[in-house]
Design a protein around this ligand. Structure first.
Ligand SMILES: Cc1ncc(COP(=O)(O)O)c(C=O)c1O
Length: 371
């Protein structure tokens, strides 16, 4: 048996807190674990399979949840971003990316052959993406060539900042540029509807924020883009080219569907998650560990900076690994081994008791070494 060391730990790894399986998904995992098991009754297209109920999920539940006209399953947020970029790319065209974009947004753009223009953030300590900067970069880039797409990361994966997406969508619209929302850290955690924001595309990540195994993701769009992004093969008439015919064809999709009722409910409790994060941030600051990024914070993913922990790491036996080891000994997982000065964590899904336990762990560790 391959055992996972950290299975029963309190997990504060932002990558993992929103991807923990529900009980329903755990059961589905066993039932549908065999390769291609979901394809028993496939008539040729993944999203049209009715048993299990993939058709209803993709064509009814997901569009409603994402606030879009058309939805599809992908193998992750990055594959969704790439599919859109590739479908919209033209020779010498540009994509505008916010300066907090994930590496996979850059790589998708590179793979799609797009030139990249970056909207800088405001720098230390908030690292915000401002709509007026966004517009400035659009105007500069318009002088260089055609802009095929703009992307905002909502929120970004470093600071957990939520830019003013509605304002940025208005700006993009006024310049005639389609806007993609990378909601890898939003879809499945917080309420978010494409049409309320006014963007054109949205992607989400099942393994990051929708309580499912991976790799799996969701893609939503306004109907006007359907023909371009979901163009079909000339030979295989029902296969969508950008999705390479079929995407997640197995247990990752089944766990996504199995967790979906719980995910829909949990986004309604988002306010509580934000309150927990703010509380955690304020208590960390009391012990000298500062939260960077937007304040008051609006997301469970938080970036911290600590000179204190860094100074300790220079003196102790385990060096920069001391924090990781101390947390591990308290069965807390999620801060990368070796990090002390800057690290990110997430309070998503933690109970109040677990939040206190983690805060206490930081207090104890600092006190122990400051003596
Ligand atoms: C902001 C952001 N976008 C996209 C991704 C990639 O998600 P996926 O694994 O679903 O491709 C990540 C992964 O960490 C991320 O942090």
């Amino acid at each position: 048996m391959l055992k996972r060391q950290t299975k029963d730990f309190i997990n504060i790894d932002p990558l993992q807190t929103g991807g923990k399986l529900t009980e329903e998904a755990k059961q589905a995992l066993l039932e549908w674990g065999d390769g291609y098991s979901i394809c028993d009754f496939c008539q040729g297209r993944l999203d049209e399979i009715r048993t299990p109920p993939i058709y209803d999920f993709v064509h009814k539940e997901l569009p409603e949840f994402l606030g879009c006209d058309v939805a599809r399953i992908t193998t992750g947020a990055r594959e969704g971003m790439f599919a859109i970029m590739h479908a919209l790319a033209k020779k010498d065209a540009w994509v505008i990316l916010d300066g907090n974009a994930h590496y996979s947004s850059y790589i998708s753009a590179e793979r799609a052959g797009l030139n990249i223009a970056e909207v800088p953030n405001t720098g230390y300590p908030d690292y915000l993406i401002k709509p007026d900067k966004f517009e400035e970069v659009i105007e500069e880039t318009e002088r260089k060539g055609e802009i095929a797409l703009a992307l905002i990361t909502y929120p970004d994966g470093n600071y957990g900042n939520l830019p003013d997406a509605k304002k940025i969508a208005e700006i993009c619209k006024s310049h005639g540029i389609p806007l993609l929302l990378n909601g890898a850290y939003a879809v499945g955690r917080m309420p978010l509807k494409l049409k309320e924001i006014g963007a054109d595309f949205i992607v989400g990540s099942g393994h990051k924020s929708m309580a499912s195994s991976g790799p799996v993701g969701v893609l939503g769009m306004k109907s006007e883009w359907e023909e371009i992004v979901l163009k079909r093969s000339s030979k295989y008439k029902n296969k969508e080219i950008e999705l390479l015919g079929c995407t997640a064809r197995g247990v990752s999709l089944i766990t996504l569907i199995a967790s979906f009722p719980a995910v829909k409910k949990r986004v309604e409790r988002w306010r509580e998650e934000v309150e927990k994060a703010r509380y955690f941030s304020s208590k960390m600051e009391e012990i000298g560990v500062l939260q960077l990024g937007e304040k008051p914070h609006n997301h469970d993913l938080m970036f911290f900076s600590s000179e204190k922990l860094f100074e300790i790491s220079k003196k102790v036996k385990d060096g920069r690994f001391f924090l990781y080891k101390e947390l591990k000994s308290r069965r807390i997982h999620g801060i990368k081994p070796g990090l002390t000065k800057h690290f990110k964590l997430s309070t998503y899904g933690l109970s109040k008791e677990e939040i206190e336990y983690v805060l206490n762990a930081f207090r104890e560790i600092i006190e122990k070494y400051e003596k």
